[in-house]
Design a protein. Structure first.
Length: 392
């Protein structure tokens, strides 16, 4: 009986040791990834999520050497729903980091509830002006751009081309207002009209009729995702494409080109990254993204991929510690990783200082309709709002 008792005791001790070790072995960093994954802009959110997961894969399936659990959430482009989602992620799931954030109205809704809880936000697309300025936070870092940036470059392009009269159009929400403001900051000619359409509107016949009536030298639009596909197609169907130059930001990209294809050839955009960037990080990213997902990655994918690499580098510096907030802030701020866009560093407001380029829709080396970089338009560009941010 004593032998049996001793065996039972040993088994019990082993069981206890196993129970103690399991949580340590399973310890992982929880990350909420929230993006717009349904509706006309679903392709943008999907590119962001897929690229973020590829970034984790390229980091050895971990971030900073630590096991991670990514909780995928669709905000459906509904700020109220997004607020409920982040509350669940923080209070129930106990996430340390939330990444993604496709649209600016969603980011504006969730920013305070997240950063007030000292949870880190890694924005991979939305870059509203208030968050770059007075509402900046030590807990928010953007691996994309401030909303105005692309349109500032396009405003400079319009000015350099000698256009005198331009019509402007965008959805009626924060990013739409930011982008038109950015264009006007660099374009000094006459704004014939400035039209704001409902977010997710897909029929633009009434607006195109006004273009035909007012006959501007050019039209500048910001219509991301499915909105952009519909606008360009309707613009072409009206006979205006090729007659009145169509300038755009976040309208012609890898998420919309499959639907537009040759209809977009010759169109010019401004951006901070394109699939033909000639650096090792970008080449590996593009090659592996195409191999894994069977499509050309968009700038949204590139930004989100960078978000994963930023987290990997920062968490390596903190040895996976997410509870030392100041240490993680400093590690993120250093941006000690190799970006797919090459030159990249954070400004005082935690938005990037980076180059912007003229990019044309043309044929790539495989004869596919793709984005082709033509030259730099803005060097080490800072957003217009960083001076309003109290961070140093």
């Amino acid at each position: 009986m004593k032998i049996m008792h001793r065996k039972t005791t040993v088994k019990a001790l082993v069981a206890v040791l196993i129970l103690c070790l399991v949580p340590a072995a399973q310890a992982q960093i929880k990350i909420g990834f929230m993006a717009t994954l349904s509706g006309p802009a679903a392709a943008i959110g999907q590119d962001m999520y897929d690229a973020f997961m590829l970034g984790i894969e390229h980091s050895g399936g971990r971030l900073g050497g630590q096991a991670v659990q990514v909780l995928r959430e669709d905000d459906q482009l509904k700020p109220d729903l997004a607020t409920q989602i982040v509350q669940k992620l923080i209070e129930k799931e106990r996430v340390s980091i939330i990444a993604g954030l496709t649209f600016s109205n969603v980011l504006m809704a969730v920013l305070k509830p997240v950063v007030d809880k000292e949870v880190f936000l890694i924005g991979a697309n939305a870059g509203p002006a208030p968050v770059a300025g007075k509402q900046c936070s030590r807990y928010f870092f953007s691996t994309s751009l401030q909303n105005d940036n692309d349109s500032e470059g396009m405003g400079k392009y319009a000015q350099d081309k000698g256009f005198k009269r331009v019509m402007l159009m965008a959805p009626n929400y924060q990013a739409g207002k930011d982008l038109l403001s950015g264009f006007k900051r660099y374009f000094k000619g006459e704004v014939v009209d400035e039209m704001y359409t409902p977010l997710n509107q897909l029929d633009y016949q009434a607006e195109i009729v006004q273009v035909q009536a007012k006959k501007p030298d050019a039209v500048f639009v910001f219509y991301p995702g499915g909105m952009g596909v519909n606008f360009v197609k309707q613009y072409q169907q009206s006979g205006l494409l090729g007659k009145i130059p169509l300038l755009s930001a976040s309208t012609i990209d890898a998420t919309t080109l499959p639907a537009l294809n040759e209809n977009a050839l010759g169109m010019v955009i401004v951006g901070h990254w394109a699939p033909d960037f000639d650096n090792p990080q970008s080449k590996k990213f593009v090659e592996d993204f195409e191999k894994k997902y069977n499509r050309i990655p968009s700038k949204y994918a590139a930004q989100s991929y960078d978000g994963a690499l930023l987290l990997d580098a920062a968490l390596r510096k903190t040895k996976g510690n997410v509870t030392d907030k100041k240490a993680l802030q400093a590690a993120l701020k250093s941006a000690d990783y190799k970006s797919v866009r090459g030159a990249f560093k954070f400004n005082n407001n935690n938005f990037p200082i980076q180059h912007f380029y003229f990019i044309e829709v043309g044929r790539d080396a495989r004869n596919r309709v793709n984005l082709v970089t033509k030259g730099r338009v803005l060097t080490d560009h800072q957003d217009a709002y960083h001076g309003d941010c109290p961070l140093k």
